[in-house]
Design a protein around this ligand. Structure first.
Ligand code: ZN
Length: 190
């Protein structure tokens, strides 16, 4: 098990575009090790997802997993997902405001995300996937894939008054957000 250092905002690696992984490289030991490091580091930090930029590697791979996480009781479960060269495509114009945090950023903020997206990616065995994902899960995909393009939540927040440190989010904003988003999750089922 290897837990790597999570890079924080200000580190230039978070602002660079990660490169595609050649299909012939997916089975290579260093690619598989990178994937294992991402999973170990995400789980150690109790994160919902992690992109390779966040551990300092400019390769297009993200991992996501949401179990019954006390940090996000409102988040629908996501089974462990490894996405290589992911492409996210909005399916329509419907948007939802999500209060998001990031392991690389000390503040949370409200970010508009597409509700319905198509995701295409390769898994760690090189198998192609083409899926439709919705709701908060679609938001997680958009958040993680933004990292691969050097984009952070601070770039996506429209109303800067929504910025909040984690402790202040708990005190001042969590209840209203969880109430609103729980209704949304019930409606979208994800
Ligand atoms: Zn993030």
């Amino acid at each position: 098990m290897t837990v790597r250092t999570i890079r924080r905002i200000g580190d230039p690696v978070l602002r660079r575009r990660a490169s595609e992984i050649d299909v012939s490289e997916i089975g290579a030991p260093d690619t598989q090790q990178l994937i294992d490091d991402l999973i170990d580091t995400m789980r150690d930090a109790n994160g919902a997802g992690l992109a390779a930029n966040q551990i300092g590697t400019l390769k297009r791979v993200v991992v996501m997993e949401v179990g019954d996480n006390p940090r996000y009781p409102y988040k629908p479960n996501i089974p462990l997902t490894i996405a290589i060269n992911p492409v996210v495509e909005p399916l329509d114009e419907e948007m939802v405001d999500i209060n998001e945090g990031c392991l690389s950023v000390p503040v949370r903020g409200v970010v508009p995300r597409h509700v319905n997206v198509r995701v295409r990616y390769l898994d760690r065995d090189g198998v192609e996937h083409d899926e439709v994902t919705r709701g908060l899960t679609a938001g997680t995909w958009q958040h993680e894939c933004d990292h691969l393009d050097g984009v952070l939540i601070v770039d996506r927040v429209v109303d800067t008054h929504t910025f909040s440190e984690w402790a202040e989010f708990e005190v001042f904003h969590r209840e209203a957000f969880v109430e609103r988003i729980s209704t949304f999750v019930e409606r979208t089922g994800s």
